[in-house]
Design a protein around this ligand. Structure first.
Ligand SMILES: [Zn+2]
Length: 275
């Protein structure tokens, strides 16, 4: 089509989010010669600190956390061979309802238009063909994930540049298998159920438009996640070992929400219709 290489941009909330839901596509498309741009919106300062100190506990020093997580993010990008890493460096807002939601500089406390302008500038610079982010609930309700969704959709609207936009999702059929494996390694994983505050996680399989096989890149995805081992929430995945992890996480799924190519769905490639 053109001589310019295809470009994928993934917009994530925290250092480590790139690994779980898009580590496979970032690694796979980089290996295929696609330019990959990771935008990480926050500094991850509400994560676990060095030595596993939890946010809010004595000795939790957000500055030390930020520094550690910056180095982890660089290592993860190295593992996934991300071409360009861009960090917006907003303050991590913490979980919904935490005082950090309202802190000066917190991502959740930043007007959508302001952050969207910065992202739009990056979209104009890199001209991604495909942009990936979260759904309107940020997949599981974290304020920074919701905000990442909002600024991405506003920046896409403003620039009109990406030919395709996707939200990450998980097929409901995968949850049962996921629950069984988690039990094996001693992690309680309740079946997702919708509540008043929280829509159910994931989507029925027939609403998923895009299934990308990334099982050939399980080693890189595992290494990317391992780079963030300081974050307790991720360690349980690592307990699976690389082989089981790839079995469980080797298919990345998306719902296509913007498309100018007319590629038929279901599709198995984020760049279907663009090659
Ligand atoms: Zn996150």
């Amino acid at each position: 089509m053109t001589d310019r290489s295809l470009t994928l941009m993934a917009v994530h909330a925290h250092p480590d989010d790139e690994a779980t839901s898009t580590g496979g596509v970032l690694a796979r498309y980089a290996a295929e010669g696609v330019t990959t741009v990771l935008v990480t919106c926050t500094d991850g300062g509400c994560g676990d600190g060095p030595g596993g100190i939890k946010p809010g506990d004595p000795g939790h020093d957000p500055k030390a956390v930020v520094e550690m997580r910056r180095a982890e993010l660089a290592a993860s990008c190295e593992a996934l061979k991300v071409t360009h890493l861009e960090t917006l460096d907003y303050g991590d807002s913490g979980m919904m309802g935490w005082a950090t939601n309202e802190a000066p500089g917190a991502f959740w406390n930043t007007p959508v238009a302001e952050a969207a302008d910065r992202l739009a500038e990056l979209i104009r610079r890199y001209r991604p063909d495909v942009v990936v982010t979260y759904d309107e609930n940020g997949f599981y309700g974290h304020p920074d994930h919701i905000q990442a969704h909002r600024i991405t959709m506003a920046a896409v609207e403003q620039t009109g540049i990406p030919a395709k936009v996707y939200w990450t999702t998980v097929p409901r059929s995968a949850f049962q298998q996921f629950g069984t494996v988690m039990k094996e390694i001693g992690v309680e994983f309740p079946e997702p159920e919708a509540t008043d505050e929280m829509p159910a996680l994931g989507l029925p399989d027939d609403e998923i438009t895009t299934w990308v096989d990334t099982s050939g890149y399980g080693g890189q995805k595992f290494a990317s996640l391992a780079a963030h081992a300081s974050q307790a929430e991720n360690i349980f995945f690592l307990r699976l070992g690389q082989e089981r992890f790839t079995e469980l996480m080797g298919m990345e799924t998306f719902v296509r929400v913007r498309d100018t190519t007319g590629a038929a769905t279901p599709e198995d490639d984020l760049f279907a219709g663009l090659r």
